[in-house]
Design a protein around this ligand. Structure first.
Ligand code: MG
Length: 375
């Protein structure tokens, strides 16, 4: 690892954990957090959770697991360039989507709707809930007992109302402060990862075409560069080469612009970082091009009628599961029945949010199918 910048997060100066523990041996605090995340059951379930395409639609599409690995890879690269703490970026990246429901955003919207009179459902806050409460692995505490810096990175955004109930990690939303630069890096790495892999998966699925993408500035510019260098290139290699250099341009742009922002702001330590406006950013032209690409993906991929059909089905499954468990909590496994005694809607939301795509589909069949099903 490069020399750490004075304003980087430092594992030796962590704000600590909710349950005090002796310092780790032979690894730093953020590495310990990363290791705990990788060993969690919520992390393993990411493999079977939808990013855009439902898991059973094909083996080549991204899942939340491969998405999280790509975010970690891109984020570490940026952190290394900016002399920030790579291990913190990696830990936040691997944990940032742990709270996602099955079926991607369609699932979250449906669950949020079901919970609208009971505090709502937000995947970001749920990720924090997973690492703070829901994981059951350690004798001395519930959750993973992660360090403050990883937890604040996981909580990317939240409403003022929610912030009040979230204690230490909620405080910055009320004080209008920023998280560490490492958390800010992970945020942009997330955006770089999904924009690019959704282009790739969108093309692979046939829902969007190269001809359509040639109308989008950032893709067109990079496609032209590849074609100029390799005029005979076609097919998957053409697509991959274009996406490869597009990711590279985005990463370089973030590094250069952020370096400039940092130079101007002259932070000396992490307290300055928290008080300053966000310093990790794309350049203006690049952020406009990213917005154009996002808009294209929204219109042509995320709202494609075939994606809409899957989303509608997914929302129906979530709604009906929610209704049936609220009606009779005795249909849930013991652990969640126990939680339901304290807070029924939240326990049902926790149970549903923890499901993988295929588990939710099986659960739906087990509860609703008329033909004989194993219970
Ligand atoms: Mg993500």
């Amino acid at each position: 690892m490069n020399k750490l910048a004075s304003y980087a997060a430092n594992p030796d100066q962590t704000r600590g954990r909710n349950h005090p523990e002796p310092p780790p041996v032979a690894r730093n605090q953020f590495q310990r957090d990363r290791d705990r995340i990788i060993h969690s059951s919520a992390f393993r379930r990411l493999e079977y959770k939808t990013q855009v395409f439902v898991n059973h639609e094909g083996d080549l599409f991204r899942t939340r697991l491969t998405h999280s690995l790509e975010v970690a890879q891109i984020g570490r690269g940026i952190a290394r360039n900016l002399n920030l703490h790579e291990d913190l970026v990696e830990a936040v990246a691997l944990a940032h989507d742990l709270g996602h429901t099955p079926f991607g955003h369609a699932g979250q919207d449906a669950l949020n709707d079901c919970m609208k009179n009971d505090g709502g459902f937000e995947h970001n806050i749920q990720s924090l809930r997973v690492v703070d409460h829901l994981e059951q692995r350690y004798a001395e505490f519930d959750g993973l007992n992660l360090s403050f810096e990883v937890r604040e990175g996981i909580l990317k955004h939240c409403s003022a109302k929610n912030a009040k109930s979230l204690g230490d990690v909620g405080a910055r939303f009320l004080q209008k402060q920023q998280p560490s630069l490492e958390a800010q890096v992970t945020n942009l790495a997330d955006e770089i990862a999904y924009n690019n892999h959704d282009v790739d998966d969108g093309l692979r699925s046939g829902l969007i075409t190269l001809e359509q993408l040639a109308e989008v500035t950032i893709f067109a510019t990079h496609l032209a560069r590849v074609k100029q260098k390799y005029p005979a290139l076609t097919g998957r290699k053409l697509v991959h080469e274009t996406i490869r250099i597009m990711i590279h341009s985005l990463v370089m742009d973030v590094c250069q612009q952020s370096q400039e922002n940092i130079k101007k702001a002259e932070p000396t330590d992490i307290n300055d970082i928290r008080a300053l406006p966000s310093l990790i950013s794309f350049s203006k032209p690049m952020s406009q091009q990213q917005a154009e690409l996002k808009q294209f993906l929204r219109k042509n991929l995320y709202q494609h009628y075939r994606v809409n059909r899957m989303s509608a089905k997914a929302q129906r499954i979530i709604r009906e599961l929610f209704a049936v468990f609220i009606q009779d909590t005795g249909l849930m496994p013991d652990e969640f029945q126990l939680r339901a005694v304290k807070d029924k809607p939240r326990a049902v939301a926790d149970y549903i949010a923890g499901m993988t795509d295929r588990y939710a589909i099986r659960e739906y069949r087990r509860l609703f199918a008329i033909e004989e099903q194993p219970l």
